[in-house]
Design a protein. Structure first.
Length: 451
């Protein structure tokens, strides 16, 4: 079997060498999940909930170890990793409580009683990216297990460590062997195999729009269900009547957080022309305050990029229009400084592509209609923000922007109990909250004649 070297992106040092799965291992993992399915779907709802609750508690008890593992593997600041691991525990707590609250309906019909059942799909392939490895694993595992499915979870090749540990914790929690199978291997081989495997009922995919398209094509062969959480190029819309200081203090973290490797990154900052110069000055001042450095230092706010390839890709977007560039450590590690490009046109390359690095494009707009037009002038539709002191305008613009998640006078996108997902080429299906359960179950209609 070939092996995979997992690196620490802050030091470029190898962390561990792992065996790399191929098609045979993928098939074995699917077979194990298939064998475990009848037993797992038959577990009483309250007991399934209890097992998920135990998993949540184990994540809390092992939180510091998981956070450090995530930081070393992803280069994510330790404060962020602690927050994300805390969310993972909350996600399992939420779905532990959701198991017996996902109801069917009764529907009035002639001559009998009609009701719906929510049934598990069977074996699911869960495919996860490298930017939020443990968090996104839990967003899929929680609802999948709550609905009674068994899974094969494939983390990204660059960041498999926390998913592997989570797999161990599911066993420790008492979730039977075979219910959760972790498969470490290349996407184009084992990911593709899961997509095409006839015994896999659904693919829950998070990753790039490009690979999402391949997943959708591959799934067509077996009419497999898919949910796709893909890329973004979200707008942070700042009107002149906003609290500019507050908007500018928050904006750097909405695009430089996770070193910009965030599908929700507000990497297009649209600013009303009347406030453009003032806002840009405030934004640059706030960006100077972002602490870039060793991810294991508690005060660090931004670490390195994930890989040398990613750094090369990000750098290709920075060749002019640089209004500000911060500092980053020299030497080993895939570092890239916070970079503000201004003024940028929405048709310019840095405003079109998902850069997935710490690069913000600041774009002027003339009025409300122009702001909505520019925000929507992108193939993506994942997230976004509106900053204004006018409540009615905030609500009009929130309705006008074509994205699955939007925040007003805030840059937050993700909560355990609220639906998350994209419009347009950012994908379809929703994760988190009760909405996620829709994507991890089938509706069966039953009619019982009474005459
Ligand atoms: P990626 O698309 O390269 O890989 C994602 C996963 O798919 C990995 O596990 C990879 O191994 C696997 N994969 C690769 N080729 C495959 C194939 N042919 N068949 C099946 N699986 C395959 O994405 P990435 O570079 O790991 O992550 C970054 C991307 O993820 C960005 O575009 C980002 O916006 C997106 N993302 C989206 C969300 C969201 O919720 N919308 C969240 C985080 C990241």
């Amino acid at each position: 079997m070939s092996t995979l070297t997992v690196l620490n992106p802050a030091t470029e040092e190898p962390l561990v060498e792992l065996p790399e799965a191929g098609v045979d291992e993928a098939d074995r993992a699917v077979a194990a999940a298939k064998a475990a399915f009848p037993g797992w779907r038959a577990v009483a709802p309250a007991d399934r909930g209890r097992l998920l609750r135990r998993l949540a508690t184990l994540v809390e008890e092992n939180g510091e170890e998981l956070a450090l593992l995530e930081t070393r593997n992803v280069g994510k600041p330790i404060g962020d990793s602690r927050g994300e691991v805390g969310m993972v525990a909350d996600v399992f707590h939420f779905y532990a409580g959701a198991v017996d609250k996902h109801h069917g309906e009764t529907i009035p019909v002639a001559g009998g009683v009609d009701f719906t059942l929510r049934e598990p799909l069977g074996v699911l392939g869960l495919i996860v990216p490298w930017n939020f490895p443990i968090a996104i694993s839990s967003w899929k595992l929680g609802p999948a297990l709550a609905c009674g499915n068994t899974v094969v979870l494939k983390p990204a090749e660059l960041t498999p460590l926390t998913a592997r540990r989570l797999g161990e914790l599911t066993l420790e929690a008492g979730i039977p062997e075979g219910v959760v199978n972790i498969l470490v291997g290349p996407g184009r081989i084992v990911g593709q195999r899961l997509v095409e495997h006839p015994d896999v009922a659904k693919i829950g995919f998070t990753g790039s729009t490009e690979v999402g398209r391949k997943v959708m094509e591959g799934a067509a062969g077996t009419i497999k269900r898919v949910t796709l959480e893909l890329g973004g190029k979200s707008a942070n819309i700042v009107f002149a009547d906003a609290d500019l200081e507050k908007a500018a203090a928050s904006a750097p973290y909405a695009v430089f957080g996770n070193a910009g490797q965030d599908c929700c990154a507000r990497s297009r900052i649209l600013v009303e022309r009347a406030a453009y110069d003032r806002f840009l000055d405030l934004l640059i001042e706030a960006t100077k305050g972002v602490k870039v450095g060793d991810p294991e230092e508690p005060a660090t706010e931004m670490g390195p990029l994930i890989s040398a390839d990613q750094r090369e890709k990000v750098a290709s977007y920075v060749n002019g229009q640089v209004a500000f560039q911060g500092d980053a450590p020299d030497g080993k590690g895939f570092w890239f400084p916070c970079t503000i490009l201004a003024p940028v046109e929405n048709s310019d390359r840095p405003a079109r592509d998902e850069i997935f690095g710490p690069v913000a494009a600041v774009i002027p707009f003339e009025n409300e209609a122009d702001a909505v037009r520019l925000a929507n002038d992108t193939p993506y539709g994942l997230s976004g923000s509106i900053w204004t002191g006018d409540g009615a305008r905030a609500l009009r613009v929130a309705q006008g922007v074509e994205s699955g998640v939007i925040s007003i006078n805030s840059n937050t996108s993700v909560r355990v109990s609220t639906p998350f997902g994209g419009f347009k080429q950012s994908g379809f299906g929703r994760e988190l909250g009760m909405h996620a359960l829709e994507g991890y179950s089938e509706v069966k209609n039953v009619y019982f004649a009474t005459d």
